[in-house]
Design a binder for this molecule. Structure first.
Ligand code: M6R
Length: 620
């Protein structure tokens, strides 16, 4: 989720890298840094906050040189600070690394390196890469009597990377090779930009705009050896691979959106990857185990008597889904509260309770105020948050990060699915510790969890079909979204998405409540969107659809693949994968996000910045 730029050529590295980083800044990074190699020395500058802080830092202490790497950080391990900002170095300060991604096994690698007397100065996972390379590089030199060959250095890099589990896009420099820039990738994008007597690397094409018109996309587990006049690529076994360059034709704004029309669409489409990132390094089906970085002792979890979930907007909907999981998997009584209401109520807590605050931004005023009022009580607090170092994470006792990367569109999409995954992981974790889940169930749920990115990817293929359906319903001014059980909150979320970006009136309802009032609204001008995937309440919601049809209602159904009978009841059917019921909310929200998106886009609305709304609601 970070941004990487690298340069080798005859120009001013610091100037070129700074400009590249500025082009990535729209994502709202929290710190940045550069390393430039000149006169046999590596020099670093790092700053917290905006790139302008780094520019000022470099203006005060200029960096001269023609080869360097730069990075904008969106923190995942360690708060935004100068020590945690990239580039990171080894003990001898001869090697620098910039990194995008997460090294899952960093704590075990770090423990081994510390035993070998390596000194660490940051809390990041990235720093271990510099030390791993150092370790292998020193060994290589020892074995070749101090001879420094480029081949041996590349071997050391490969050896280091083969020890890393997880995802990476990397830019690496070593003082021993003043004309060599090394890049590598696995599960994170990295492009190589081609120039005249100069070459570049970047995590994202926008960083290269105006610098390079031809790029090479580095593939999985490939390493590139970049000099000003050449680029050579290898696989992790050291075998040379031939690469083709492609022309890039993008205007800057378009490039930032990775060719999607809007950030919201980009973020919807990113979900298979962001879900994978939320799960990364946390789920081990083969060991029937989860590894969550939570500061909640087993004794506390075993004695837990009640959980309260507090949030606003979309995060509140995630909390409503989370309640089902916490009650059914962990058997803990739960209550869900809207922060702006909760903060003005009377509270009664015991030390055997947990209050969970859910917020994408971690800066929502009402959620923060609700957290602050708990400080007067002996109660444990947990933040589920996407932004590392945000106020909520600083003030809660412990935090679980959703790791979805910056969300630019005001309408929350990928952060919502990240929150759902976080809550599900938490519920399983509590269920395991409280011994409410048997080994077979744990194994099955954990194995299924790893299928989620695939199921979500399949749901995303509905986009064109949803666009067609949206055209048919474009003239409607009111929609009713119906769901039951874990899909009731998804109905609320579908309605919220539609109203906030398309300005169409929409209500989310628990389908069983229809006959208690809303059914009076049904006519041919009030279409229904019904979540009727296979579940415990499938028959019940089918009856609710029949009731609506009998009153002239038009129905768009979200159903499980293979269900033919639903076609007789609904006017339009969108089929998603048939998934175990506990995962259905995560899959079913995807067509609703796409429906809201296409309706808003077809209406010509400002999808990414809807009227009257702000991304972080920092006022009451
Ligand atoms: O940053 P938070 O998750 O605390 O934000 C809460 C709401 O403001 C937010 O979810 C809002 O409802 C979104 N615009 C929904 O798309």
């Amino acid at each position: 989720m970070c941004g990487i730029v690298g340069y080798v050529g005859n120009g001013s590295a610091s100037e070129i890298l700074l400009n590249g980083l500025k082009r990535l800044e729209y994502r709202g990074y929290d710190s940045s840094g550069l390393a430039v190699l000149a006169d046999g020395k590596l020099e670093l500058r790092r700053s917290v906050g905006k790139i302008s802080n780094l520019s000022l830092n470099i203006k005060n202490r200029p960096l001269n040189g023609h080869i360097g790497v730069g990075h904008t950080r969106w923190a995942t391990h360690g708060i935004p600070s100068e020590e945690n900002a990239h580039p990171h170095t080894d003990c001898s300060k001869r090697i620098v690394v910039v990194h995008n991604g997460i090294i899952e096994n960093y704590s075990s690698l770090k423990a081994v390196l510390i035993k070998k007397a390596h000194q660490f100065v940051s809390q990041t996972d990235t720093e271990i890469i510099a030390h791993l390379i150092e370790e292998s590089w020193e060994l290589k030199q020892k074995n070749s009597n101090g001879k420094k060959s480029e081949e041996d250095f590349l071997h050391a890099v490969r050896h280091a990377l083969l020890q890393c589990d997880g995802a990476y896009a990397l830019g690496i420099l070593c003082m021993d090779f003043p004309e060599l820039l090394v890049a590598a990738r696995k599960d994170c994008p990295l492009v190589l930009g081609l120039g005249k007597k100069e070459n570049f690397i970047a995590s994202d094409i926008p960083a290269l705009l105006g610098l390079s018109k031809k790029v090479i996309f580095l593939d999985q587990e490939e390493i590139a050896v970049i000099k000003k006049n050449s680029i050579d690529c290898f696989n992790l076994q050291g075998k040379k691979v031939e690469k083709k360059s492609v022309k890039v034709k993008l205007d800057p704004v378009q490039a930032e959106k990775a060719n999607f029309k809007h950030f919201m669409l980009k973020e919807i489409m990113e979900q298979p990857r962001t879900i994978q990132d939320t799960l990364r390094g946390r789920v081990f089906p083969e060991k029937n185990r989860l590894q969550l970085e939570l500061n909640l002792s087993a004794a506390f979890i075993k004695g837990l008597k009640r959980i309260t979930l507090v949030a606003c907007g979309t995060s509140y909907h995630a909390a409503l889904v989370g309640r089902f999981w916490l009650e059914s998997l962990a058997k803990v009584p739960c209550q869900v509260e809207i922060a702006s209401e909760y903060r003005y109520r009377d509270h009664f807590f015991s030390s055997q309770e947990l209050v969970i605050f859910i917020s994408q931004s971690g800066e929502t005023a009402d959620t923060l105020a609700a957290l602050r009022l708990t400080h007067r009580f002996p109660v444990k607090t947990l933040a589920i948050c996407n932004v590392l170092g945000s106020s909520l994470t600083q003030e809660a006792d412990t935090t679980f990060y959703t790791r979805c990367g910056p969300e630019i569109g005001v309408a929350s999409t990928k952060a919502f699915t990240g929150q759902l995954i976080a809550l599900l992981l938490l519920a399983i974790h509590l269920g395991i510790i409280k011994k409410h889940l048997n080994l077979k169930t744990i194994h099955q749920i954990l194995a299924d969890l790893l299928n989620l990115p695939h199921w979500v990817r399949e749901a995303l293929t509905l986009s064109n079909e949803i666009e067609k359906i949206s055209k048919r319903f474009l003239s409607k001014n009111h929609f009713l979204f119906l769901g039951r059980h874990t899909n009731y909150p998804i109905a609320l979320e579908g309605a919220l998405k539609l109203k906030e970006i398309s300005y169409i009136h929409a209500e989310g309802y628990p389908a069983g409540e229809m006959k208690h009032g809303p059914i009076a609204l049904i006519d041919k001008e009030m279409p229904l969107v019904a979540l009727v995937t296979d579940s415990l309440v499938y028959e019940k919601i089918c009856s609710n659809i029949e009731e609506a049809k009998a009153r002239g209602g038009t129905v768009i159904a979200i159903a499980s693949k293979g269900n033919k009978t639903i076609q007789e009841k609904a006017d339009e059917v969108l089929y998603v994968e048939k998934v175990p019921e506990i995962f259905s909310s995560i899959v079913n929200v995807i067509p609703l996000q796409l429906f809201a998106y296409h309706m808003a886009d077809l209406k010509g609305c400002d999808v990414d910045q809807p009227r009257n709304l702000a991304k972080s609601v920092t006022v009451e």
